[in-house]
Ligand binder design. Sequence first.
Ligand code: UDX
Length: 460
Amino acid sequence: MTATQVSVIGAGHIGLPTAAALVSFGHEVVCAESDPRRLRILQDGGVPIYERNLDEALARGREGGRLTFVASAAVAARTAEYVFLCVPTPELPDGSADLSYLRQAAQEIGPSLLPQAVVVNKSTVPVGATHLVEQTIGRDDIMVVSNPEFLREGTAVEDSLHPDRIVVGADDQQVAARVGALFATTGAPLLVTDAATAETIKYASNAFLATKLSFINAIAGLCDEVGADVRDVILGLGYDHRIGFDFLRPGPGWGGSCFPKDTRALLHIAESANYDFPLLRAVIQTNETQLRRIVDRLETALGCGAPSVSEAQTPLGTSTIAVWGLTFKAETDDLRMSPAIRIISDLLTRGARVQAYDPTLGKAGGPVLPERADQIRQEFRADGVSDAKLDGFSLRTSSVLACEGASALLVLTEWQEFRDVDIARVRKALERPLIVDARNLLDPAAIRQAGFQYIGVGRH
Ligand code: UDX
């Protein structure tokens, strides 16, 4: 059986795992990437983004000669029966989705598409945007379908190879079924529906996941006030098969390139449809509150027992804080909308000095990569931190070095290596034995045993 010819437009966190999975399902893939730096890395056999197992998955495709990379979307599309659009749909200032990249990709591929080719929109788009791609291409011999992705960064390859479900939305159910058949080897349930419903499923999924997280973060806050332990509350919830244990880890708040963007986009979609959605507003507001709660609890802990400070100086304004973790979650190098960046920005703005370590600063144990340091500083500037306040921020090349002389340690991301740190060395490095664990990563009893004051999120 000849392999199905597929092209993937956009070699990012969605496009590359999607291309790798389609090759592993037996198809032949040409992937287009417009960024010359990223394309050069791919054509030299490398991987330009941090995704677990992506290098092996791409290597398998390259070895079999069924995966190639080109610069032009038009070139990639002209031999394909199916063209997957995996381009960014970032957030505009008003919360709506920026569809300019999607429109540009549709314009580029339109003239070169084979007759009867199917364009598959994977990017997260507002309800109705699949028809925008149809109108932009403007050919009645081309079908456009919606096939939303449900990939988590860091596990996108795994999620692509073993999806929970395949959703395809199209006016023509036969075409939708053909697209679904591309993923037949996964054995995942296939839901064929119309485009608007498929697009709504994507937003509703992310909004529900964000709701689940805001709920457990709010419950953790309640636990702090009533003296309950959120870990056991989660156990008590999770045994109910209607609730389950997944996606209920309290934290500093949710971030990343999807939840913040998609929850606001869905709110924008509802408002544009004159639909009042107070629950979603509360989910977003709860997340903002959670970010501030972490800083407030650190400041309160610092204020208790610290040498009396002048009125003008808050406990934070006279403290150096050690921070573990900068990315929006562990197992990724992505800083976009990271809760850690938001929280550190707040600390810096309140006058604290911050010494941070993150496992993605450079090679393990090696120096901080200059371009990585610049990228991080750029995130703080984008978050409104002035250059003067940014002088109070520095990077360290290890978790213990970040603690040198600090008044407290703030754990913001849940890397396994933070669990394995020699806590006695941390105790020696810190000025004060205070740990605020915003990921409930560490064991409170063991940390207290080691002589620390431990503050978790709903933990006792
Ligand atoms: C999310 C959705 O999970 C995925 O299905 C969708 O396609 C894209 O958006 P992603 O943003 O990559 O994926 O990461 P995810 O693992 O969902 O985490 C999102 C945020 O929630 C992170 O800041 C993470 O730290 C936080 N989180 C996640 C928690 O605080 N607790 C949890 O239990 C899980």
